[in-house]
Design a binder for this molecule. Sequence first.
Ligand code: R5P
Length: 294
Amino acid sequence: MADTDNMTETKEYFLDRPQTAAPFPLKGCQNLDWGMKNRLAHIFSPASGRTVMLAVDHGYFMGPTSGLERIDITINPLLGYADTLMCTRGVLRSMTPPTFNKGVVLRASGGPSILKELSDEQIAVSMEDAIRLNVAAVAVQVFIGGEFESRSVHNMTQLVDAGNRYGVPVLGVTAVGKQLTRDAQYMRLATRICAELGATYVKTYFVSEGFETVTASCPVPIVIAGGKKMPEDEALNMAFQAVDQGAAGVDMGRNIFQSEAPVAMIQAVRKVVHENMRPKEAYDYFLSLKAASA
Ligand code: R5P
């Protein structure tokens, strides 16, 4: 029976206080629906507005890439340090513990291997399966300037329509073909096209000259891929330059899982991304963690 006897008559409506809403910390995302924002909050830290995405989806066209031969052994120990895991549904279902309760960004395009023309991708995951997997976003490769440019853009817009229907963000991944110049002009073009056509956020590559013009002209958040393995101090410097020039974080794979000390490296990357730690300090931090674990 409901306890109505002692029901208090005192009410407090706070008439002198207008209802407030906390601003959403991500650029260009304030008009999204609640579900979409909630999913984004599983990718980007609400405190810093940034993310450290751990990218391990390389096998979808490269096969067992160095460092990813046994994801259960090499990647699962890193999960506790990532804000988000970017992977394929095959890896998610076969090797990722369902107790991982941060965001998953699901690779949703694919088709050609490294032996073929890479821009010849198709949508590789239905939105229904993405929702079944409870993912925070789907990721699709967009090949601006590539042989199958239009189809890759269409892959993205189809996923954007499906994602908007169910509140699932879409990460537009700008792919740089061998024949294309990796400069700010190209990155501005590719990222802006992704954003204009509905990507919720965009992944691109850092360029050493003019990267701030790439982030400034893209109306939604940008994260950078790490690219090929480089020395740890250089990778930390690149991450610092990127966030300092407006990136909302990194989607980093090889520079973490191919590091000589992956657990130390991902923690150092976190310091840069979330705490603006300077590159030299972050590298010293990496070395101290590495030494402690030896
Ligand atoms: C390409 O294989 C994927 O989109 C990767 O997720 C992306 O390139 C980030 O990985 P990395 O930092 O190794 O470039």
